[in-house]
Design a protein around this ligand. Sequence first.
Ligand code: SAH
Ligand code: SF4
Length: 415
Amino acid sequence: MPFYYIWTIGCQMNKAESERLGSYLEQTGYQLTGNAEQADIIIINSCVVRQSAENKVVNKLAALKALKSNHPDKTIALTGCLVSPALDQLKKRFPHVDHFFQPGAPPPWAANQDKPGITLPQQPSPSTYVPIIQGCNNTCSYCIVPSRRGGEVSRPVTEITGEVTELVRRGVKEVTLLGQNVDSYGHDLPDKPDLADLLTELNNIDNLARIRFLTNHPKDMSHRLIEAVARLDKVCEQINVPAQSGDDDILKAMRRGYTAAQYRQLITHIRDNIPGVALSTDIIVGFPSETRPQFRHTVDMLTELRFDTVHVAAYSPRTGTIAARDLADNMTPEEKKERLKEIEQLQTAIATELNARLLGQTAEVLVEGRHKGKWQGRTRSDKLVFFSGDKDYRSQLVNIRIEKTSPWSLQGKII
Ligand code: SAH
Ligand code: SF4
């Protein structure tokens, strides 16, 4: 039996696309192996959102060079955001790679299938990603994603509801709808449905327990969407709204299209409308010319808004972006690291307090699998929970009394 090996790095979209590529290969007779040497097809699903990710991809590809020269019959394919439209350059840089295909595009071995996105996992995990919109129409000055994934293309509502219905039939309990800019879903479709419409449709699917979606752009987060999250019982009270900065001048230079005050209003509006909502955000520190006072504005905003989760990254100039072209990356790595650490420490303190409030409470947990001898799952608010139990709880919704909390996870007992 032929084998495939797949190595994935980067965002949830990459993970979802790898899962679908794997399912397609399995349906055509391939078997997964964790060992590239054993594989007939080797897929590298890359990320270049920051230099650190790109370096890992380049190292991984370099490590495959000897394998390919010893076994020329093996097929190596590269996808993900390292695959730019400049294919000739890529072919020169990685001559041992047989195929390059853009993120979300069909792989060459599925050329006759125009929608590999609908190749569903045979044995999907209880919580599965479903891409609903590809690409991004924004022009955030630091971001390479639009130039690699192209403009926004939404999948029709009926296609998504059909897919989710089938996933549920195969045992899926929770779906996370994915898009680089998921809250602008639908504007490019004939009758312009929006994400609120799609959520309303999905909420009607029997035996589906939970729906989530990410990542959102603050400027596209409508009242209709917030109201839908509040109204629809299956849609979890959990929203990711990347701020990137709390300073108006930096936000302007980032071309984010909102001010810090508008962002604060949005968060207040979400909290007023969705009781108990868990919020997460993304922050970039060390954007070109970010002064100490400007950085303070971000720290102040995070201190004030108290997110459940903050994903923080140090600015990394990406060739081909507006910021890399026009603005000098003028902060030392040490200074960036210091700012990153300051936010991480602040967030650890906030998450410690927020999670400690859950002590003694009961939470509904969807069990995803086992980890280090314990069952592992998530609450509706996306908190990771561990508990012990002899029965097979996989895929079940269980009630857990929280007995121990940390900034990163909760532990409890099944009721
Ligand atoms: N669409 C989402 C984010 C996609 S990229 C949004 O609008 O926020 C995922 C995260 O990577 C971003 O939120 C940002 O924090 C980070 N990121 C993107 N480009 C970056 C860069 N050049 N340097 C550092 N972090 C970056
Ligand atoms: Fe990148 Fe901005 Fe699009 Fe997010 S919204 S993918 S940060 S360009």
